[in-house]
Design a protein around this ligand. Sequence first.
Ligand SMILES: [Zn+2]
Length: 411
Amino acid sequence: MKYVLIIGDGMADFPIEALEGKTPLEAAYKPVMDALAMQGIVGRVRTVPEGVPAGSDTAILSIFGFDPRKVYTGRSPLEAAGSGVKMEKGNVSFRCNLTAVSTGEVPYAERTMASHSGGNIDGKDAQTLMHALLNDPGFAAKLRQAGMEITVNPSYRHIAVLKSGSDRVELAPPHDILGQRLGDHLPKGEGAEVLLSLMEASYEFLKDHPLNKEREEKGLLPANSLWFWGQGSAVTLESFQKLFGHTGDVITAVPLVKGIAELAGLKHTDVEGANGDLDTNYEGKVAAALNALKIDDFCAVHIEAPDEMSHAGDLGKKLEAIRLLDERVVAPLLVGLNKLHERYRILILSDHYTALSTRTHDGTPVPFLLYDSGVNTARNLPYCEKNAVYGGLMEEGTDLMPLLFGLEKKR
Ligand SMILES: [Zn+2]
């Protein structure tokens, strides 16, 4: 038996007026997923336990069988693991964004957050600025003094790890404070001073960097300040193989999801051109998944685009993202699976709701579909939020893997 998990990030949503009360999942053209649902089962599952923040971090931990109430310490340690950063007990990691803050002759606190992504700075430019900053003797000395190490990624998202420190500092996600005065959102609490002084020092260095001057001349925002957030202490997860008796590969573009795989002892094969966007390398991801299934009996494919399109508030593109998932992931995966001449199960779900109406995540139980190539339930319910209600509610997301692997407790 082969087992496939497909996560359409943020696919689930609420009824939309422009769709005459249908949800995007209900309205999108997705004949393959619907056919699987009609021959399989649909139901709802609570991937985000009550009282836990709704996000891919907490929801995908649940899906892979790890209770976020017990293991979740923050987003950053998971991303760190996905970026190849090894953390030890006592370490605290932070997401370190290369942001764009407003310029001019005012104190740091009086500036505003112009862009959480440094004006969408691209890979190589981001690396150039970060390496220049980290190689500046003054800044390097400050980092050493703080006991901090920064790992540079080819994007605006970097990872900072403090050798020892507190994760109880209050930090604002920069995408939540766009256009707002920094002074109202600076680090507060234990260890805040060190972080603030690094942020201020990064601005003093980066504001004059020639690459930023060039960006400004081109009408781009200068990527001129580090911003720390999303902190957490080192995480250890039990081995997926020990828990469920299966090994496998997780195909994703997103460091957070790679990190969960890494910590769970699962592979996470990189796919060139997989970018978490609408124009990701779908064919490459499917090929990697089918390759993985030749070796292991479990594989997960994570598609980020529906979530991104929901955050962008773009209904048309959300529908397109769901259609592409159906046409360019689920359909060719089925073709490949059928060629293996072995029975298989597929579990498809949205990790959490991402509502077009609010452009943010929601912890409402998500719809899932489970298909077994050896069984036809003939329930005839296409895959969507409304039909999932008929299938009952699974209260614990951690019951999903046992369901997929047929290890569920007899009730
Ligand atoms: Zn999201």
